[in-house]
Structures are given as C-alpha cells and as structure tokens.
Write a new protein. Structure first.
Length: 129
C-alpha cells in the first residue's frame, strides 16, 4: 500500500510526504496471490492474461494494487480490466462473463473454504475444481 501511495499522483502531496517518512519494519501477515481462471483457457504465463477479461479488484483494494503492481513490474497493461470484488468476480467466472481474477489474501483465505456439498455441486455442474 505504501508503494501505491508513493507512486500514484492521485494522492495529495501531504499524504505522499507522510508515506515517505514511514518504513516497513515487518509485514503483518503473509499474503498469497492467486490467479483464478475459467476452465479451458490456454495460459502459459501471467502476460497471457493481459488480453483477457480479468478482474483486477475495486480501485484502492489489495487486489487492485497487486494487479497493478504485476502489470507494472512485467511491463504490460491490462487491456480489458474489470473492477469487481472477489465474490462478484468468482460468480462472473462461473457464468462466463470473466476469464480470470487476480486475488490476494492472507493465509488461509476464507474464500476457498467451502463445504463438501458445494464442491460436489460444482463438480456435478462441470466445473474443474
């Protein structure tokens, strides 16, 4: 988050000055980055996602900052970014409105906690789980 504020001109000078006076001593918790995709996509690397319909999270969210940093570090732009939260994004993947979502969450992520009936329903409906 600090690098997002430092590197983004949409934040006012006072906020950027405050952030420049801070330093990270230690992370609060470990976060994993997940790329969740629609079944059947031919993707060999992250850059293959740039032309697809990818949810990069709502503006200012952790998902959005992560997706923005990924594209900046790998030197590409998302061509069809969609700004939705994780739940909306997963629903849209399941109905074919989205191809993928970039999702980061502290370990363990509750979004992946489902009961056996939900897993069975997804499997019986043809989803790759």
């Amino acid at each position: 988050m600090l690098s997002e504020i430092k590197n983004n001109s949409r934040y006012d000078k006072r906020m950027r000055k405050l952030v420049n006076s801070l330093r990270i001593v230690m992370p609060l918790y470990k976060e994993d980055i997940h790329i969740i995709m629609r079944k059947g996509l031919k993707v060999n690397g992250i850059k293959d996602l740039k032309n697809l319909r990818v949810s990069i999270g709502n503006r200012g969210s952790g998902m959005n900052i992560t997706a923005t940093n990924i594209s900046r570090i790998l030197n590409f732009q998302w061509r069809n970014p969609v700004r939705k939260d994780i739940r909306e994004s997963l629903e849209d993947i399941l109905i074919g409105k989205l191809d993928a979502v970039i999702y980061n969450v502290g370990t363990p992520g509750r979004i992946f906690t489902v009961d056996d009936k939900e897993i069975l329903d997804l499997y019986q409906n043809g989803y790759d789980i």
